[in-house]
Design a protein around this ligand. Sequence first.
Ligand code: ATP
Length: 252
Amino acid sequence: MLEVRDLTVRFGGITALDGVGFEVRHGETVGLIGPNGAGKTTLFNCLTRRYRADAGTVRYQGADLLAVPPHAVAALGIARTFQNLGLFPRLSVRDNVLVGAHHHGRAGFLSAGMRLPGVRREEERLRAEADGLLRRLDLAHVAGHPAAGLPFGTLKRVELARALAARPRLLLLDEPVNGLNSAEVAEFAGTLRAVRDDFEVTVVVVEHHMGFVMGTCDRVVCLDFGRKIAEGSPAEVQQNPAVVEAYLGTPA
Ligand SMILES: Nc1ncnc2c1ncn2[C@@H]1O[C@H](COP(=O)(O)OP(=O)(O)OP(=O)(O)O)[C@@H](O)[C@H]1O
């Protein structure tokens, strides 16, 4: 589904990604781990075309992803969540989720402004879909609540619902369980496993929480200083000496 080859991104004197390559097969969940500053978020920003690659190629479902304009990425079936949440605090949970579905709306600027009947029907359809997602992620009781003021664990689920509203085939999750307590991490892992199967999404997840990575990922790629230093099953990567040295450390 995704084929990253020799991907390089530089910011002035910093090489954030240095010839990184890996593949993601349809239906897999791949974990991306590594110390702070390793280049994980930069990689996501390349895949969503927020950052320009200096070298390398990315093929998504056979097409050259790096030739796709940023605004067309969602329509290709790629959705992401953000480390620090990409929600609008004053909008209701439902409206935040509807934002995720915006590219499914076919109404143009003029017809939407005139509130033509077709536009209203389309809005109702998208709203019904959003409500289905809210029920699926146990968020129906907060659908009308502004995002601001909700517990962090709830907001992480809203963020997931917003990404799923885009009906993605490839879901990029940036530290989805960062800041959650252990019960919330376990709950989020269960939700992710279930929606991954229901929605048939392929997942790439950046996460520091190794328990979560071990429990949800089929394969793990480890970056350090912009380079891939290991790739394999979660158990293999966890025992890899380079990963232990650069990232995991040894028990005291
Ligand atoms: N827009 C930018 N301008 C300049 N430097 C950047 C930019 N984005 C990232 N970097 C640099 O690129 C390197 C990789 O950063 P990145 O955020 O991708 O790491 P990360 O692995 O996601 O780290 P973390 O686990 O802390 O989120 C860092 O040295 C960072 O300072």
